[in-house]
Design a protein around this ligand. Structure first.
Ligand code: IMP
Length: 193
């Protein structure tokens, strides 16, 4: 069975992906290959960061690998927080502080359009592929709901009036940016086994 590294430090994400690919690929985490260093993420774009992480792992560990990067892009803020989503309000990566900053910046603005974007970068047999998942929506006026994480309490997906944090995980996963990118990756990989 072909081995593929999922370049993430998040054990939950590795478990998730094994559900879809575990039958056809031997999916390993960074920890499994002894990669414990901080992988540089210095690109100004989500796609660039995903590729940077995957290239790093391929160069240093000579394995096939995929990585993922996600950000929230708000139209009226010229795409912010984008690649800075995790640490928008500072290095402590506080979801509450990040949401407060977004709401403050949008005060008095009528355009509240936003989208979540996930890019998965795969390097397999020396070839690079990217898979994008997007969910369009808008930013609520105040946080609502207690499910999920990050910006979920202030993000209302298209054709909904609830925030992601007011939906259950199963419901969110049917339409989320990450689920859409993962679907494309899984389709590609299952065609190539
Ligand atoms: P990561 O690339 O998955 O680590 O995501 C970077 C940051 O984007 C996270 O720290 C969150 O602030 C935000 N984010 C990513 N995915 C989601 C989501 O599904 N809901 C809410 N916020 C998210």
């Amino acid at each position: 069975m072909e081995t593929l590294i999922f370049a993430t430090g998040n054990a939950h994400k590795v478990r998730e992906i094994k559900k879809y690919l575990g039958e056809s690929y031997n999916i390993k985490s960074l920890q499994d290959i002894g990669c414990i260093e901080d992988i540089p993420e210095t690109s100004p774009t989500i796609e660039g960061n995903a590729l940077q992480k995957a290239r790093y792992v391929v160069q240093h560990y000579q394995v096939d690998c995929f990585s993922e990067d996600t950000g929230l892009e708000i139209e009226a803020l010229n795409g912010e927080p984008g690649v800075f989503s995790a640490r928008y309000a500072g290095p402590e990566r506080s979801a509450a502080a990040n949401m407060t900053k977004v709401l403050k910046k949008l005060e008095g603005r009528s355009n509240r359009k936003a989208r979540f974007k996930t890019v998965i970068a795969l390097i397999q047999g020396g070839k690079e592929y990217t898979f994008e998942g997007i969910v369009e929506g808008h930013i609520a006026f105040s946080p609502k709901g207690s499910e999920g994480f990050g910006y979920d309490p202030i993000f209302i997906p298209e054709q909904e009036n609830r925030t992601f944090a007011e939906m259950g995980l199963t419901e969110k996963n049917k339409i989320s940016h990450r689920a859409r990118a993962v679907d494309k990756l899984v389709q590609h990989l299952n065609l190539n086994t």
